[in-house]
Design a protein around this ligand. Sequence first.
Ligand SMILES: Cc1cc2nc3c(=O)[nH]c(=O)nc-3n(C[C@H](O)[C@H](O)[C@H](O)COP(=O)(O)OP(=O)(O)OC[C@H]3O[C@@H](n4cnc5c(N)ncnc54)[C@H](O)[C@@H]3O)c2cc1C
Length: 292
Amino acid sequence: MMHDDHHQHEHDDTHEAHDHEHDHSHDDGHDHEPYVEDYFLGEAMSVERLSPSLIRVVLKIAGGERLIPSGHADEWVRLALRPDADTPVTLPVKMEDGEWGRPDGSKHCPNRPYTVRRWDAASHEMVIDVVVHEGGVAASWALGAQVGDVVGICNPEGRLWVPKGSQWILMLTDITGLPAVGRVLEELPTGFKAIVHVEVPCEADKQEIVTQADVSTVWHVCHGLRDDREGYTELPRIAGEIKELPEGSGYIYIAGEARAASACRKHFRDVLGFDKKRIDAIGYWIEGQARV
Ligand SMILES: Cc1cc2nc3c(=O)[nH]c(=O)nc-3n(C[C@H](O)[C@H](O)[C@H](O)COP(=O)(O)OP(=O)(O)OC[C@H]3O[C@@H](n4cnc5c(N)ncnc54)[C@H](O)[C@@H]3O)c2cc1C
């Protein structure tokens, strides 16, 4: 997960992973294999209420031997769901011209990005943690998900890329980024310094994450709608309270509501003067808008 190239990019970030049949052609300056477009069906093996705000679904991926992990610890898939109650999930197919499409006229399936919390390449089981919220095809599916439900996924892609020589990582996320925090902390090398701030809706959403890294975690119990303030998230306030960063070179990963993530990036870049090439801020969701 530690790499020797530097980020060449500063993305807008609010429309990352915008479509299931999406464009992977952008050159992100990373030394990894180009994205291979591919689609899979997954069947829910278990559905569990992990905590008040999270539903954990374990999917068995058919043809999982073809799945190509991205090499990024924050990798995600687009989770494709039934277009309507009467129509099953179907996948695009590779056509004669090499493009992916639906020549049989099958219905496009709505899909949303979800972090691969865990991938077991031997059993082809994929763990996904879905945040419960009002509305939304994905959250609504998760709330009523049953063992045996079939969904679609694509090959994973990812962003998190700790520049080689970094001495620390700072992760600042709301609860939608908690699955990424879990996966990243599990994969960090022994003793690597990590500072983690996660905004969750309630105490019971805090998680115990097993890691070899040297982690200090601060939980902020304030996510969600409340009468006493506007909006869902206090991520920009939480960022603003971070007045100094550790010694040495580091990397900052921000995930949350799109405008909030962007405001957090500005704090580190403009107020603390941190190198913008060492910040990835991703709008995981967009208040008032579907994440299509
Ligand atoms: C790279 C990446 C990884 C992600 N990983 C995860 C993950 O592991 N787990 C996870 O739960 N989410 C994750 N997300 C966020 C998830 O894709 C969005 O929350 C998405 O909008 C959910 O789809 P939906 O169909 O439920 O809602 P949508 O149809 O997209 O939106 C419907 C309405 O719900 C609102 N909404 C969407 N998400 C939230 C939310 N979290 N809280 C409150 N309101 C919301 C929207 O503003 C909109 O008004 C990730 C996003 C990205 C880009």
